[in-house]
Design a protein around this ligand. Structure first.
Ligand code: AMP
Length: 512
């Protein structure tokens, strides 16, 4: 691959920092040469100015060139590839009912059902005035309606790889007329073990086509994949590689792992800002369910979202979160992938992720489109290496904020408490007990001032949400990840494991 670097236009935030005299007039959508039908749809959607990635990507894609796009979620990359793609296909638009007049012309692959649905929603939004047909194909639901739609003829197919291959097997889809391929969130495809499926799909596509690859991060594997699928691509980057939005404030709170949930409740009940809507990341599906139950027990409306939940449960959780019925959504990395929740101000990492790239993905949920965001991490001593890796990747030191009663314990993990220094151990034990007391003193509504009567044991019986699956653990016991590794295997599947069950598991979430 011989990539040509387009330009590294600064982000919208950087633009604001520049002096007015130095800033050329911001381009508008009208300047980009889009068809009137597309401009009308963009205006209906309330957008006035293209985002930096749109300004760069739209003319290049309209010119038929291959693109390797480095853009995190929240940059407007979906419209950045959807609008020019629709422009290129507009010449095929036909109101004929004949399926033969609507072969698949563009294939957009996304790692999760939820992201596929979001991309498809964009396709539907922007193709409002262009008679092109589209369909969204994902697993975990009845395949028959999808077959029926494909048989009617659809120019644009947005799909997750596993279910698309099921359609190939059923011979319900033909790629013979595909002109454009889009691989969205390629790094996540790699993480989720989808690359073999992608390669199988690539082998079935016509060689003469335009290919676009988008990824928030670029590992060597992604570069190899780009080499195999792109021809003389233009490289478009809107943020520094592996960079995070400048509008996000990062903080870590040192704490012993067995006190993390107390600290989380403390933050959620004492910080007015965080009391609103928070996405909390944990490393395992088990941990997500357990933490959501614990928060509910403390009177904090919470739900969990992960790969073991049914589609309906995930849709309900996401909708509850978006509507404000649920304050805290506890999610695993895979389940939260691609969530586009407008104005999400806070992300809390209950556990730091295993890979620094996942930190970038997680906090990409906040600080979108130049808005202020807040990324808080609960940091246990055994996560020191993970924090160092994150700081190296994002090229900045994250502020440590010490909260009395929690931070002291973070310097001495329980298993390593010095046995021959009685006074220090006593002090730590007292602090630990104080923190536990504070935890116990939280009432079911989470707001009772300290010092008031403690709830009776009966009142402490967890109020389980009937929608939660049957638990195979005791939610009244603390959940502690073992140092250096999760209690159970993290959700992220191994690339060497069979792909299809993972694809089925990852099924999707509700529409926005
Ligand atoms: P994406 O990065 O594609 O997930 O988009 C992130 C969010 O930005 C979505 O909610 C879009 O609706 C929104 N968006 C996309 N383009 C624009 C634009 N030109 N102006 C304002 N918002 C936009």
């Amino acid at each position: 691959m011989n990539a040509t670097t387009q330009s590294t236009t600064p982000s919208a935030v950087d633009d604001q920092d520049a002096s007015p005299a130095a800033v050329p007039p911001a381009p508008t959508f009208d300047d980009l040469g889009l068809l009137p039908e597309l401009l009308r749809a963009v205006k209906d959607n309330g957008y006035t100015h293209p985002t930096p990635i749109q300004t760069q990507a739209i003319p290049i894609i309209m010119a038929g060139k291959d693109v390797m796009g480095g853009a995190q979620t929240g940059t407007g990359k979906t419209a950045g590839f959807t609008l020019p793609l629709l422009q290129r296909l507009a010449r095929h638009a036909s109101s004929s009912p004949s399926p033969a007049r609507h072969p698949v012309r563009a294939l957009i692959l996304a790692p999760t059902r939820e992201l596929a649905m979001q991309v498809h929603e964009s396709v539907v939004t922007y193709s409002k005035y262009v008679p092109l047909r589209s369909v969204c194909i994902y697993g975990g639901v009845d395949i028959k309606p999808q077959i029926a739609e494909l048989r009617e003829g659809r120019e644009i197919v947005v799909a997750t790889p596993g279910r698309l291959l099921d359609h190939v097997q059923q011979k319900s889809v033909s790629f013979a007329a595909v002109e454009v391929l889009v691989l969205d969130e390629a790094d996540r495809m790699l993480d989720m073990g989808f690359i073999p499926d992608i390669k199988r799909i690539l082998a079935m596509l016509p060689k003469e086509r335009q290919s676009l690859l988008f990824s928030a991060t670029f590992s060597n594997e992604i570069k190899n994949l780009a080499d195999s699928m792109l021809k003389a691509p233009q490289l478009i980057e809107v943020a520094r590689r592996n960079a995070v939005s400048e509008t996000i404030t990062h903080r870590v709170y040192p704490v012993a792992s067995d006190l993390k949930r107390s600290l989380l409740v403390h933050l959620l009940t004492h910080d007015e800002e965080k009391a609103k809507q928070v996405l909390v990341f944990v490393g395992t599906k088990f941990g997500a369910s357990r933490l959501a139950v614990y928060l509910e027990r403390q009177g904090i409306a919470a739900d969990a979202i992960h790969g073991d939940k049914s589609q309906q449960q995930r849709t309900e959780a996401l909708e509850g979160f978006k509507s404000g019925r649920i304050r805290v959504l506890v999610a695993t990395d895979v389940a939260a992938r691609g969530l586009d929740i407008d104005d999400l101000p806070h992300v809390i990492n209950y556990e730091l992720p295993h890979t620094a790239e996942d930190y970038v993905h997680r906090i990409g949920r906040t600080g979108r489109a130049g808005k202020q965001g807040d990324a808080t991490s609960l940091f246990a001593p055994e996560e020191k290496q993970r924090l160092a890796d994150i700081e190296k990747l994002i090229k900045r030191q994250i502020e440590r904020v010490e909260i009395s009663g929690f931070a002291e314990l973070a310097s001495a993990p329980p298993e390593r408490a010095p046995s021959n220094r009685g006074h220090k151990r006593e002090h730590l034990e007292r602090a630990r007990e104080k923190a536990r007391e504070r935890d116990r003193a939280l009432t079911l509504d989470g707001n009772r001032p300290a010092g008031r009567e403690l709830p009776t044991p009966a009142a402490h019986v967890p109020r389980l949400d009937p929608r939660l699956p049957k638990l195979d653990f005791d939610p009244t016991k603390p959940y502690v990840n073992k140092p250096g590794g999760a209690e159970i295997a993290p959700e992220k599947p191994s690339p060497t494991r069979p792909q299809r069950p993972v694809a089925a598991l990852l099924g999707g979430l509700g529409k926005k």
